[in-house]
Design a protein around this ligand. Sequence first.
Ligand code: HEM
Length: 343
Amino acid sequence: MSADTPLNDQLLDPLLPPRPVAPYYDPSQDAWVISRHADVLAALREPRLRLTNEPKEVSDTGMQSRLRSETLAALSTARLAEWQVQIEPLAYTLVDRLPGGHPIDILREFARPWSLATAVIVTGADTSRAERLASLARQVSLATADPADSSLQFAAAEANTELKQMLRDSTIPRSGAVFVALSQTLPCFLANAWLALLRHPEELARLRAEPDLMPQAMEELLRYAGLTRKISRYSGATLKLREITIAEGARVILLLASANRDPEQFPDPDRLDLTRRAAGPLAFGTGPHACVGASLIRMAASVATRVVVERFLESPTIAPVEWCGGSVFRWAASLYVLLRTQN
Ligand code: HEM
């Protein structure tokens, strides 16, 4: 089964991550599994837990931190403001073209085309090549979502090479990765965030009534519906991580989505509360490898969510949700809503 084939098992609901438990070694994965917030935080801050199990000299940390700084500089607050001025009116234009009167799949009709347009604007890609770029980005993204499906990995490597080649004139560092994240990862996150809102009509109504709540609401949506279920690390030395000892070379799986539902960190963690002022959500990781695109995603996701909250209502005929993706990312395949009549 490929990662974009809808999966119909409710047990796979990404908004119901596994409960956080004490760290344990899972022989079936040959890895430590870490899910409590305090343990995941300690792991993310531990420099000897590395992104790959390649020898130290191969994983060049100097180059990695230079690229990080360059990317962060390219995504400055001033640039974000410039992009927001372009993508906000575009969102309203797209929605204004949609037909009223019957349920609309807002992922297919709005989130995906708007996210693709956003990726084109941010990377400065050639608009006439947007569809080809989107198709390549989709292959890369599906392989990331479901690393266990080896058939996706080969196609993704080829797609990635072509994507980088097509975007070689972009002024944005790592433009291929940026294009994938904006055109693919962003709409998948929006799918889960909006599903969370549709499942909590009282919170949706609150955000509609109090649009200034958006920055706080977005943090809560990232905590509750953040897309990345897990990330991996490899131990560069035998080390103690709180209660456990991890041998050199061991693999460590960090369940970010579970950590974001840890009652020790977030009281009543399974409740979506858009007024929550929670410290420490881990949707973008933290520490030396924290996501450099976090501010861009916060801005873009807030723009799109504001439009959806203003212009759409939950449809009384929501079909059962189907899931796409795999063990790393999983998202709602479609979301049907109704356009609100303007007053
Ligand atoms: C909804 C969209 C996104 C999600 C859910 C997401 C999530 C994450 C997470 C969880 C990490 C930490 C990985 C780890 O510690 O192993 C990460 C790292 C990273 N993200 Fe994102 N990200 C998103 C969008 C973006 C965008 C738009 C960019 C573009 C600049 C980006 C660039 C990066 C980079 C370069 C890293 C690695 C940083 C490093 O290793 O130093 N991400 N992302």
